[in-house]
Design a protein around this ligand. Structure first.
Ligand SMILES: Cc1ncc(COP(=O)(O)O)c(C=O)c1O
Length: 505
């Protein structure tokens, strides 16, 4: 019969029979219509009970591989192929194929968020909408030299293997930099990422299930909202004021909603520019410790301060590993480098590495080496000095232009660093409507609505001051200001038609 039962394999005999018969059927050794031995006969030959063989045949029957024919015993099913009968030229109905996560990604809220992308790419536009550093400030000489050094040091290995956790030289550089900011971390607690976004996704996949709750400031970074939605998380918002997240509310929310995680951008937050005060940072960490809820601290902006450094990262007083800290060069050097990092306790780093292996087998060696050169040769620090100075000037220009062109009941606070200023328009003005008007005149900004997980404020918007020049900022705000005044004077005036959705980052 060609079936062998091994008692030492630990697999019940009926499953061994099933597996071996299945293999023979699929290989074609037992063709369609072939008769299997009778249950009694096979049981006798194999020295097992008849029930064992009956169970094996039942399993194969449930799989549709065999069928019982009255009076003829058990036979291999004759399967008819439908090939050749498919309707011609039909597109694949992908929606019907989508997994739960595919469906969540497809859902309109995310599509709507993404529809805010690319506005700023239009050549004539003045964009106050971006979330990027000014690439014109970057030294191309340093970039060249970093690439050349990396190439000559690595040779062909520059397109070879880098450990998934990240090149050692970069992890050492990042760890040293974090330690200089009082974050006690060794290179083995650092995982290099293709940007902080990858880290957020990995952490959510490791630590949450769909339906779980995550606490976060509102409004918040829209990329994080996209990720939360795709993961099926319920986002519970903590209000903000000028000192960042109102941490006094957090204890109630922790006991009421039992979140799995707290996500915060405590320094020069995207989109509000607000910075969490030191006492609030300490209190948030005590709450996280007490209620055993990890904090994801997303910190892309803290080195972009104007005058004095911001309060230390929450991670810097995290003695017990409650804080999972994300950093990135995207806002310091350039988002296309795709280099960020996670600083976290070893078990999380190890799991992160395992999980990343599934979707992203090889980090890009050259990019990591370029960033390591920038860090280790002091070029990043040099660049930051220039960036801080330029951004501070442009932020001041924005602040002054708003004072010049906006009506008195518009409100804003001049941020102390980062990329963004949060503008509260007069209550009669919807930021979405204002965008329609200014976009027709070539000026775009980020309206606040997509930056809230649910109920949004209609009269708020985010203005970027790092990419446009001072003169461009002035012209852009002048257009915004006169549009606001016109809309206040003629509240019923028809709005321009909605343009094809385009881009904001
Ligand atoms: C708060 C915040 N976190 C993360 C990111 C994305 O970082 P990365 O480019 O490293 O994925 C951004 C980009 O806008 C951001 O504002």
């Amino acid at each position: 019969v060609g079936i062998h039962i091994e008692s030492r394999r630990g697999l019940p005999a009926y499953l061994q029979i099933r597996d071996q018969l299945r293999e023979r059927i699929l290989r074609g050794d037992l063709g369609p219509g072939a008769r299997l031995q009778s249950e009694r006969e096979l049981a006798r030959v194999l020295g097992v009970s008849r029930t064992t063989v009956v169970s094996a045949y039942d399993e194969l029957m449930a799989e549709g591989l065999v069928e019982a024919r009255p009076g003829r015993g058990t036979m291999v099913t004759t399967r008819q192929s439908n090939l050749g009968h498919e309707p011609a030229g039909q597109p694949v109905p992908w929606t019907a194929h989508l997994s739960a996560i595919g469906q969540r990604v497809q859902r309109s809220a995310i599509a709507e968020l993404l529809s805010f992308r690319r506005i700023a790419d239009r050549p004539a536009a003045i964009s106050l909408a971006l979330g990027a550093p000014d690439l014109r400030l970057l030294s191309l000489d340093h970039l060249h030299e970093a690439l050349e050094t990396a190439l000559s040091r690595l040779g062909a290995e520059s397109v070879g293997n880098v450990p998934i956790q990240g090149a050692e030289v970069l992890r050492e550089g990042v760890a040293a930099r974090l330690r200089a900011h009082n974050i006690p971390i060794e290179p083995d607690g650092v995982m290099v990422l293709h940007g902080a976004t990858q880290g957020l996704d990995l952490l959510l996949r490791l630590l949450t299930e769909p339906g779980d709750v995550i606490l976060t400031e509102v409004p918040t970074y829209f990329g994080a909202l996209l990720t939360f939605q795709a993961h099926g998380l319920r986002v519970i918002g903590v209000p903000m004021d000028h000192d960042g997240m109102v941490v006094d509310q957090v204890e109630f929310l922790l006991t009421r909603y039992r979140p799995r995680l707290i996500y915060t951008v405590p320094t020069f937050q995207n989109p509000t520019g607000a910075t969490m005060s030191l006492p609030r940072r300490e209190r948030l960490l005590s709450l996280a410790k007490h209620y055993q809820v990890p904090i994801i601290e997303d910190d892309p902006f803290s080195e972009l301060y104007f005058e004095s450094p911001p309060p230390p990262a929450i991670k810097s007083f995290d003695g017990h590993g409650h804080v999972l800290y994300l950093g990135t060069v995207s806002k310091m050097l350039g988002p296309g480098l795709r280099v960020g990092w996670l600083a976290a306790p070893r078990p999380i780093v190890e799991l992160g590495v395992q999980l990343r292996r599934l979707t992203d087998l090889q980090p890009a060696a050259l990019n990591q080496m370029v960033v390591a050169e920038f860090i280790n040769r002091g070029w990043l620090d040099e660049h930051l000095v220039a960036a801080r100075e330029a951004y501070a000037r442009r932020c001041l220009a924005l602040h002054e232009a708003l004072g010049r062109y906006l009506p008195k009941d518009a409100m804003w606070r001049r941020p102390a660093g980062g990329l963004f200023l949060w503008l509260e328009l007069p209550p009669e003005i919807s930021a979405d409507d204002l965008l329609l008007v200014t976009e027709a005149q070539g000026v775009v900004f980020m309206p606040g609505r997509p930056l809230y997980p649910s109920t949004a404020r209609h009269n708020v918007c985010r203005l970027n001051f790092t990419v446009p020049s001072e003169e461009t900022i002035d012209r852009g705000v002048a257009v915004m200001g006169s549009a606001v005044r016109r809309m206040l004077r003629h509240p019923k005036a028809p709005l321009p038609p909605r343009a094809t959705p385009s881009a904001i980052v």
